[in-house]
Design a protein around this ligand. Structure first.
Ligand SMILES: Nc1nc2c(ncn2[C@@H]2O[C@H](COP(=O)(O)OP(=O)(O)OP(=O)(O)O)[C@@H](O)[C@H]2O)c(=O)[nH]1
Ligand SMILES: [Mg+2]
Length: 475
């Protein structure tokens, strides 16, 4: 029996239009999550041709988006349309079609490309640089679009800028009967502005409600999935590092110093692996984060995880009696009679019992450790690891794929950081401290570890809560 393929909702075709340099291409990049789409530059007239792309839901294209060249001479075009119409009383759309029938749009080649696409679309997104005053050129452009007999959704871009004249624009647009206005900033995108943009389109386009609903639901799912996956990566990192330890003979200071360096190196690499995985998860490629937005440069944290300056930058204080010099950011515990001091104090357990996770190795290890020193990563380093990865994830979540500016979100970053900086470290991290077998950095081969997965999941949930923290902006 052959099953009917599921019926797809009608595909929505969207033209992105506006004056040159208002961020049309940037908007398409952001909505498609495709940093490679088109060319973005602060020079005018960057886009010279109409270029299309699709928004997919479950592999099905539900929306087609067309980027268009900027409108450069709306006043001239308006006059041209007036003269084409002359004394006739025909609908403007007829005049527009006559204009488009002129060879290459006459003197208005760029405009003709954009307007032809508007006519071939179900809706036009009219992108406005909200830092501009409402000028004659905007009025003319809106007038021309009004003659194309297509619904228009004005999109106020650059709204995160201090110079944005959002209220002024809204007032003007309301006066010309445009009430479904979307606000956006292609650099500082939060999911709600994107959601509202699709909702505004939905109010004007009843026929495409199923496509837009599916898209909205899919975007929400994708975001939740991204947050969960990122939180799991960070939880894995923290458990690997918290549970990581090295032992060196108590008397052998040279070996100890070499091991300290090795331990740092292993932890640095593990952090870098996490950063790489996060960037990949968010589909940012090498060139994107060079010049802008992310708190990292060239895919790396510029400042060393073990430098006191890095701790200070995140407002983290080194724990009391913290090791300095080679051991900065690490903790060194003497092991006496088979006990680590830290472990014994915290658990009152013998090392043998404590390391029972090693199974048959437990006893041998306990013997070997007599007269040894144990190196592990200090609390402040774990705080810093957590705080900076949370900051990176938050920036990746917020950043528009078109971003070319440095992102400043200090208030929000502060709120997220404080969770890791001053509060006691989560129980899950304390647990990991006593389970060296949980760390993939201890040369363990992994294998199924029910306890580790349960703790990892709980820690990941905690990180998700920190990432979705409602931010109270002071003042
Ligand atoms: N800060 C900030 N910059 C933006 C925003 N949107 C676009 N830009 C920048 O503005 C400049 C123009 O962006 P484009 O996307 O090339 O603009 P366009 O409308 O496609 O330009 P043309 O193709 O030339 O008509 C680029 O330097 C973008 O990085 C925004 O919301 N905020
Ligand atoms: Mg462009």
């Amino acid at each position: 029996m052959t099953r009917e393929p599921p019926k797809l909702p009608p595909k929505l075709i969207v033209a992105v239009v506006g004056h040159t340099n208002t961020g049309k291409t940037s908007l398409v990049r952001t909505l498609t999550r495709d940093t490679g789409f088109g060319d973005v530059s602060n020079r005018p007239a960057t886009t010279r041709h109409v270029e299309g792309t699709e928004l997919l839901v479950d592999g099905q294209p539900l929306v087609e988006l067309y980027d268009t060249p900027g409108l450069e001479d709306p006043m001239g075009l308006l006059e041209h349309l007036e003269s084409l119409r002359g004394d006739r009383r025909c609908d403007w759309i007829e005049v527009i079609k006559e204009f488009l029938a002129e060879p290459a749009g006459g003197a208005f080649g760029q405009e003709a490309k954009a307007i032809r696409q508007v006519l071939a679309s179900d809706v036009a997104l009219y992108v406005i640089d909200a830092r501009d005053r409402v000028l004659g050129k905007h009025r003319d452009e809106l007038e021309i679009l009004g003659r194309c007999a297509r619904p228009v959704v004005p999109v106020l871009n650059f709204t995160a800028s201090a110079e944005a004249r959002t209220a002024e624009w809204r007032e003007h647009l309301a006066r010309i009967n445009m009430h479904a206005v979307a606000e956006f900033d292609t650099v500082v995108v939060d999911e709600s502005s994107e959601q509202r943009l699709f909702e505004k389109m939905r109010t004007l386009l009843d026929r495409f409600r199923p496509a837009l609903d599916a898209l909205l639901a899919d975007r929400a799912r994708q975001r939740a999935g991204l947050i969960n996956a990122a939180a799991e990566m960070l939880a894995d990192l923290l458990i690997d590092v918290a549970a990581c330890r090295m032992t060196v003979p108590e008397q052998d200071i040279d070996r100890r110093d070499i091991s300290l360096d090795q331990l740092k190196q292993i932890v640095r690499q593990r952090e870098q692996q996490c950063v790489g995985a996060l960037l990949e998860l968010f589909r940012f490629n090498g060139d994107d984060y060079e010049e802008d937005a992310l708190p990292i440069r060239g895919g790396q944290w510029g400042s060393d995880l073990f430098s006191p300056a890095s701790l200070r930058a995140f407002g983290i204080r080194a724990s009391g009696g913290a090791a300095a010099g080679a051991a900065a950011g690490l903790a060194i515990d003497a092991i006496t009679g088979g006990l680590t001091l830290g472990a014994a104090a915290a658990l009152g357990a013998t090392l043998g019992a404590l390391w029972s996770g090693f199974g048959s190795h437990g006893r041998r290890l306990a013997d070997v450790f007599r007269g040894y020193t144990e190196l592990r990563v200090a609390d402040e380093t774990l705080r810093l690891l957590a705080a900076r990865q949370v900051e990176l994830i938050a920036a990746l979540l917020r950043r528009g794929h078109a971003s070319q500016d440095k992102l400043r979100l200090n208030t929000e970053a502060e709120a997220r950081r404080s969770v890791w900086v001053s509060a006691p470290l989560p129980d899950e991290i304390e647990d990991a401290r006593f389970h060296p077998e949980w760390s993939n950095l201890n040369g363990n081969t992994g294998g199924a570890m029910v306890d580790r997965s349960a703790v990892r999941d709980r820690l990941a949930e905690r990180i998700v809560r920190a990432l979705t923290l409602p931010v109270v902006v002071a003042g």
